[in-house]
Design a protein around this ligand. Structure first.
Ligand SMILES: Nc1ncnc2c1ncn2[C@@H]1O[C@H](COP(=O)(O)OP(=O)(O)OP(=O)(O)O)[C@@H](O)[C@H]1O
Ligand SMILES: [Mg+2]
Length: 322
């Protein structure tokens, strides 16, 4: 059903039907993350003794509705990727709830998780590192379809072709290996692979940061078109406020494992309240160079007088064991 929509995604009537469907169930969140914590043990010495706890995600809550894009922004090391991976259960959560269509995924068994895994996919920052270099693109895209028993033989070939069409790659790309593509083309393969299992939610983990600026906008436009045609919801992880403005409906700003501010796209630019959000915004280059903003780094009050802490602006606070 979904794939026929995917194949026909260019036809306006199908698009209208889908967008109406996603609007109908848009009142209920697709994803509802409540007080999520992910902590890592900090180890030291030859024996790897645990000496502390890294609170990479420290009580994060947000919702994403069908067809919506929530941006998750913050500096390197603040915990964005850990949030995404914990939601997909690639990393175990320490506590909290991750409700998908009302069911707490953290409580589901592996078997119960299987159908939900299809509905949630991830696109990685580094397309080169996330594609198996020994497989041809057609195999990379087709393998999950086959593994989940959705198609095989000729039908599988047709699906792979439809996905290549959808992400703007020639069908001949199916025969080529990842190293034979440009960075932007490789990211298109990553997107086709994410679409292969007919997801409802895609976690986009900095999908354009490894690409040239000119290619970045092509990939962002592709993601936007796919969302419009297929009613996808995105958790869009980025450290770039300008990119986030281009693609997100709402923006959550993360600092040291916590969300410090969450607003709709325009308000975050015009009415940011938290000093850290303002500091991030000040780093966005102005289109007119002479009106360049001054970047004022922000730190919590208790740390601004601590020279050592000022030197380490990045990174999440480590709680030492007493
Ligand atoms: N498996 C792990 N074990 C221990 N610490 C980890 C692990 N994964 C991440 N961390 C730590 O958790 C913190 C958050 O990492 P994370 O990758 O989520 O940050 P990020 O916001 O995605 O950063 P970036 O923008 O650089 O990708 C970092 O300090 C990192 O070193
Ligand atoms: Mg990351």
């Amino acid at each position: 059903m979904y794939l026929s929509r995917l194949l026909d995604a260019w036809l306006p009537p199908e698009c209208y039907a889908l967008s109406m469907m996603s609007r109908a169930d848009a009142s209920q969140p697709l994803l509802d993350v409540r007080d999520l914590h992910t902590h890592f043990a900090v180890r030291s010495g030859l024996l790897g003794r645990a000496v502390g706890v890294m609170r990479a995600v420290d009580g994060v809550s947000f919702t994403i509705h069908p067809g919506e894009t929530l941006g998750l922004v913050g500096e390197s090391g603040c915990g964005k990727t850990t949030v995404g991976r914990t939601i997909l259960r690639l990393i175990p959560a320490t506590s909290g709830e991750v409700r998908y269509k009302g069911r707490d995924m953290l409580k589901l068994s592996r078997v119960e998780m299987r159908p939900l895994r299809r509905e949630m996919q991830i696109i990685f920052q580094d397309p080169a590192g996330s594609l198996n270099p020994r497989l041809r693109a057609g195999r990379i895209i087709g393998e999950p379809i086959e593994v989940h028993g959705l198609a095989k033989g000729e039908a599988l070939g047709r699906r792979v072709n439809a996905l290549l069409d959808r992400v703007g790659l020639p069908r001949s790309a199916a025969e080529r290996f990842p190293h034979e593509f440009s960075g932007g083309q490789r990211q298109r393969i990553g997107i086709a692979r994410a679409l292969a299992l007919e997801p409802r939610l895609i976690i986009c983990d900095e999908p354009t940061s490894a690409l040239d600026v000119s290619i970045q906008s092509q990939i962002l436009n592709l993601l936007r078109d796919l969302q419009r045609d297929l009613g996808l919801a995105y958790l869009f992880i980025s450290h770039d406020m300008a990119v986030v403005r281009h693609i997100c409906d709402r923006v959550a700003v993360m600092f040291r494992g916590k969300i410090v501010e969450m607003k709709d796209r325009e308000s975050i630019y015009t009415a940011a309240e938290h000093p850290y959000t303002r500091s991030l915004l000040a780093a966005v280059p102005e289109p007119v160079p002479r009106r360049r903003r001054r970047h004022v780094p922000w730190l919590p009050e208790e740390e601004t007088t601590d020279a050592a802490a000022v030197a380490v602006v990045s990174g999440t606070r480590v709680k030492r064991k007493a």
